[in-house]
Design a protein around this ligand. Structure first.
Ligand SMILES: Nc1nc2c(c(=O)[nH]1)N[C@H]1C(S)=C(S)[C@@H](COP(=O)(O)OP(=O)(O)OC[C@H]3O[C@@H](n4cnc5c(=O)[nH]c(N)nc54)[C@H](O)[C@@H]3O)O[C@H]1N2
Ligand SMILES: Nc1nc2c(c(=O)[nH]1)N[C@H]1C(S)=C(S)[C@@H](COP(=O)(O)OP(=O)(O)OC[C@H]3O[C@@H](n4cnc5c(=O)[nH]c(N)nc54)[C@H](O)[C@@H]3O)O[C@H]1N2
Ligand code: SF4
Ligand SMILES: [Mo]
Length: 884
């Protein structure tokens, strides 16, 4: 079979892939013809084939863990929702959905809730992600419109990354910009951490957290002072300039004052202001460091104001650019996945409600916005919402104050979860689990960051009884009595209805897919990537080129920024600011990237980055287990002591879950504080403190199967998938009895033949169990001794039989005669470690290409190239220091 073209299911870059399936095996490459990536893929996209196996999949509906038929499950969901609505009204039920649904799924879910159930209570995980940018867009442009396109990132002479670690989170786009640097594009990174994006930038502004509004307002004031604004553009196309200028005057906007408030060196700040003032082709990318804040809307407004005042919008290489995180975050905003809008960029005004009601033939149009995510889970906890349907998101992990969210889920009388995976932290609370098609099976459309609609196409047959999300929703709607409006027979039909809605009575909405309304099923199947608005003439790469915005007077509005108040930690008990975010090779809650062993090698355990000064003050040193505590909760993570972290702040990745590291989860720590206008949580800033964990013993357990920590034991436990086995790392604070209790649980099922070594003086115990000739499991624990690297032992699980030599070395834990390289893995694709790269640098490799040539690192997906650059810089720095 020829390769089929589809789209990567991870980030909002929306890379095209070409895949060829044989059974459940997949050969996959980047799609050279897709305009987003021209054939490139990052580490996550490259590893997709390793994630499409069926282990762990949810393949049939369940009702309270009992296998059920679709008829039974659908009927039960419909009945419980209908009964709850009859008894307590439509606002007593809710859907919580996701930017990882396809547009067709999203459209169906929104139609059911807002047109037929009659409530606004459908919100999406985009509330945690894009809500602040959406509000800023609506206030300034009149609708949630992203002006720019990826070509602007090729054409820009200056790119400002405002709270955006693109090197890790939008890697293929970052590679595109790296290429543009070759012809002189400059990069400025505004981020409290020196990320890989900042490391290779022309200028890094390690801003004090949550002072971005001050920085951008100071920039605008400086531009006005210099006469660097575009008065003609403002006069023709912008309103509100005078109000914004007046609001700026209320503060001391001198660069010195701004630099002091933002914790920046004055020359660095001035260099940014200079660069911005003299570079017409500037794109400002803003992402979670901007949106995920109690001042998220104000940050977006301040960025957009600077662009409107300079006329840098709607022109090649110039725009404010809110980059989307998920593959279909944009599609969800279009179809009305957020509780605060209807669909197709219509709001809850009377005209829009009536129009949508007419189009849908809706018996019960929602009259008002529903509850935003944080409020929704609060209402669940308080018993106001009594039936919840979660689709394609894992709120038990990803919501702020996650312990309270779990309590709410546990208390909710009826929880339905549609997921492709059987056991997630959220499905644990489900009364009904509905098996959804996963990537590679589902088929429909997504919209990426540049408004480009691409097809995701099925590469495999549907496994088990899994079904498309839109079909599951339509079946429940039908069982609730709304069959006529949900009688689609194909995804193409759903899409056509959606496209028709965008064009329906539309003389002022830019979101218009009129050019796709007449698509035949074959046209839909063959749809090429296209950017909306799509008219008969085709797609539209760039918006606002004519200076016309979607406001009543066609003008963009500059809006004064109102900041709710200083976000700085003031509680002396929690003097640090906890920042959270992403790592390079994992996706969110690990349900899919976690299946690819190679993606675990870049960062295999929960960690917390701490500045050296803060580490000294807290008694924490590199590599030790560390408690991170906030008023909400506590986690334990490995300390990474680094000056890449700003003093006063600590950083934890968001990814770890109950399944992989129950004590390493970030979100039980995060306060559920939100931006008052957008409802988006402040994931980047919770007052915190760190303390050493001080374990009394630690060890690891390698086995063929995944184990979870026995609930009765208070142990720090991390599972790290390997090729052919599972590595479990653990540590505890108890005595020998605790260790023995764990040992008994882990070795209960171990087969007969055991090798054993004990050294009571170091409190060391090493055991290995053989299953015939094969290695079955290995347990190493110690109170004060050292532990060997785990790689070699893990490799042995692949062998059908152990050699006598290997057996003899088992309890030593090292390959006979092979030096261990335990340095960090840099290139997961080519398996190259930092030590090998160090050697190449010592031997004279002075740039990334030279290192790549000698070691192979960075020659496949390129995700590790910024890290290689960092190693080169560090090596050169120390060489220079040595010479001085
Ligand atoms: N590898 C990987 N890539 C992903 C994802 C993933 O899970 N893994 N998820 C996708 C999704 S859904 C999203 S939303 C995107 C997110 O992409 P990004 O926004 O790039 O990712 P984050 O790591 O959440 O946060 C970005 C940066 O904001 C900084 N920051 C924190 N506080 C502040 C502040 O006050 N001001 C400023 N200026 N910066 C601050 C953080 O230090 C961090 O480096 O990534 C997408 N891509
Ligand atoms: N601390 C902290 N927390 C954060 C953030 C942060 O920066 N810091 N970022 C926030 C942001 S920006 C985001 S976007 C969220 C993401 O958080 P989540 O949406 O909770 O994370 P995912 O792991 O992507 O969850 C997707 C779920 O849907 C399932 N799934 C995948 N494909 C399908 C499908 O086609 N159909 C169905 N029905 N299920 C499917 C997956 O198995 C998984 O269980 O996290 C937010 N939480
Ligand atoms: S950059 Fe990576 S994760 Fe994002 S769409 Fe492309 S391949 Fe997928
Ligand atoms: Mo996101």
């Amino acid at each position: 079979m020829a390769a089929r073209r589809s789209t990567c299911p991870y980030c909002g870059v929306g890379c095209g892939v070409a895949g060829q399936a044989s059974g459940r095996d997949l050969t996959l490459a980047g799609d050279p013809a897709h305009p987003a990536n021209s054939g490139r893929l990052c580490s996550k996209g490259s590893a997709l084939a390793a994630t499409v196996g069926l282990e762990g999949r949810l393949l049939h509906p369940t009702i309270r863990e009992r296998r059920a038929s679709w008829e039974e499950a659908t009927a039960l969901v419909a009945r419980r929702f209908s009964e709850t609505i009859d008894r307590h009204g439509p606002d007593s039920v809710a859907f919580y959905v996701s930017g990882q649904l396809l547009t067709e799924d999203y459209y169906a879910a929104n139609k059911l809730m807002k047109g037929f159930i009659g409530s606004g209570n459908i919100d999406t995980n985009s509330r945690l992600c894009m809500a602040s940018a959406v509000v800023a867009h609506k206030l300034t442009f009149g609708a949630d419109l992203v002006p720019g396109c990826y070509e602007d990132l090729d054409l820009a002479d200056l790119v400002v990354f405002a709270g955006h670690n693109a090197a890790w989170t939008h890697p293929v786009l970052f590679r595109r910009m790296e290429a543009a640097r070759g012809r002189g594009q400059r990069h400025v990174v505004i981020d409290p951490r020196r990320t890989d994006t900042a490391e290779v930038a022309d200028l890094h502004l390690p801003i004090a957290p949550q002072t971005d509004v001050r920085l951008w307002n100071g920039l605008l004031a400086d531009l006005i002072d210099r006469g660097a604004i575009d008065r003609a553009y403002i006069a023709a196309h912008v309103s509100g300039f005078a109000e914004v200028q007046a609001a700026l005057a209320a503060d001391d906007q001198s660069p010195a004052a701004v630099a002091a408030d933002c914790g920046l060196a004055l020359p660095a700040l001035q260099r940014f202001y200079d660069l911005f003032a003299r570079t017409p082709r500037t794109v400002s990318l803003f992402s979670m460091g901007s949106n995920q804040s109690a001042q998220g809307v104000a940050k977006g407004l301040a960025i957009i104001n600077a662009h409107l005042a300079t006329g840098r919008i709607g022109k090649p290489g110039a725009c404010p650019f809110s980059i989307t995180g998920q593959p279909n975050a944009m599609g969800g905003r279009e179809t009305g996945g957020m509780a605060t809008t209807l669909a197709a960029h219509m709001d809850f005004d009377e005209v829009s409600r009536a129009r949508l009601g007419r189009f849908w033939g809706a018996p019960a149009m929602a009259q008002a916005p529903g509850l935003k995510a944080v409020d929704m889970f609060e209402a669940i906890g308080e018993g106001e919402i009594k039936a919840l349907w979660v689709m394609a998101t894992n709120p038990a992990v990803s919501m702020p104050d996650a312990a309270r969210v779990c309590e709410a889920l546990a208390a909710c009388p009826f929880v339905v979860v549609s997921d492709c995976m059987d056991e997630t932290d959220t499905t644990a609370f489900a009364h009904v689990k509905l098996p959804a098609l996963a990537w590679g099976e589902k088929d429909g459309t997504v919209t990426n960051s540049e408004r480009r609609i691409s097809r995701q196409r099925a590469l495999f047959e549907a496994p088990g009884q899994a079904r498309a999300d839109w079909r599951i929703i339509a079946d429940v709607a039908t069982a609730m009595g709304y069959g006529e409006a949900f009688s689609w027979r194909s995804n193409a039909q759903v899409f056509r209805e959606w496209a028709r809605l965008t064009a329906y009575e539309n003389d002022d909405r830019l979101l218009n897919l009129s050019g796709l309304v007449a698509m035949s099923p074959a046209d839909y199947e063959a749809l090429e990537p296209v950017q909306w608005p799509v008219t008969a003439a085709g797609g539209t790469p760039r918006l606002f080129a004519d200076g016309v915005f979607q406001t009543p007077d066609d003008r963009a509005r500059m809006v004064p920024t109102v900041v709710a108040g200083p976000a700085q930690a003031t509680d002396p008990a929690y003097p640090l600011a906890l920042n959270t975010g992403r790592i390079r090779d994992q996706w969110h809650t690990l349900t899919r990237t976690g299946l690819a062993p190679d993606l675990w090698r870049h960062a295999s355990e929960p960690f917390v980055e701490v500045h050296p000064d803060d580490a000294v003050a807290a008694g924490v040193v590199e590599g030790v287990l560390t408690r991170v505590q906030t008023a909400q909760g506590e986690a334990v993570a490995l300390a990474r002591v680094t000056d890449r972290q700003r003093r006063g702040g600590v950083f934890m990745p968001m990814h770890w879950t109950g399944a992989y590291a129950p004590s390493g989860r970030a979100n039980p720590l995060v306060a559920a504080r939100v931006d008052p206008r957008s409802g988006q949580p402040e994931f980047k800033h919770t007052p915190a403190r760190v303390r050493p964990y001080r374990e009394t013993w630690r060890g690891f357990f390698l086995a063929r199967e995944a184990w979870s920590v026995p609930a009765k034991l208070d142990i720090v436990w991390r599972r790290i998938p390997q090729h052919g086995c599972q590595l479990h790392e653990f540590a505890g604070r108890g005595d020998a009895a605790e260790r023995e209790a764990l040992r008994r649980v882990l070795l209960r099922a171990a087969p007969g033949e055991a090798l054993r070594y004990e050294d009571p003086s170091a409190g060391s115990l090493r055991e290995a169990f053989m299953d015939g000739e094969r290695l079955d499991c290995v347990l190493f624990a110690t109170t004060s001794g050292a532990l060997p690297p785990r790689d070699w032992l893990a490799e042995l699980f692949a062998a059908p039989a152990l050699s006598a030599q290997d057996r003899a070395a088992l309890l030593i834990g090292r390959a006979p005669g092979r030096p261990a390289d335990a340095s960090p893995l840099v290139c997961a694709c080519r398996n190259v470690r930092a030590a090998a790269i160090g050697k190449a640098i010592d031997a004279g490799a002075r740039d990334v290409d030279a290192v790549a040539e000698t070691t192979g690192a960075g020659t496949n997906c390129g995700s590790c190239r910024p890290e290689i650059a960092r190693l080169i810089t560090a090596a050169l720095r120390s060489e220079i220091a040595d010479a001085a």
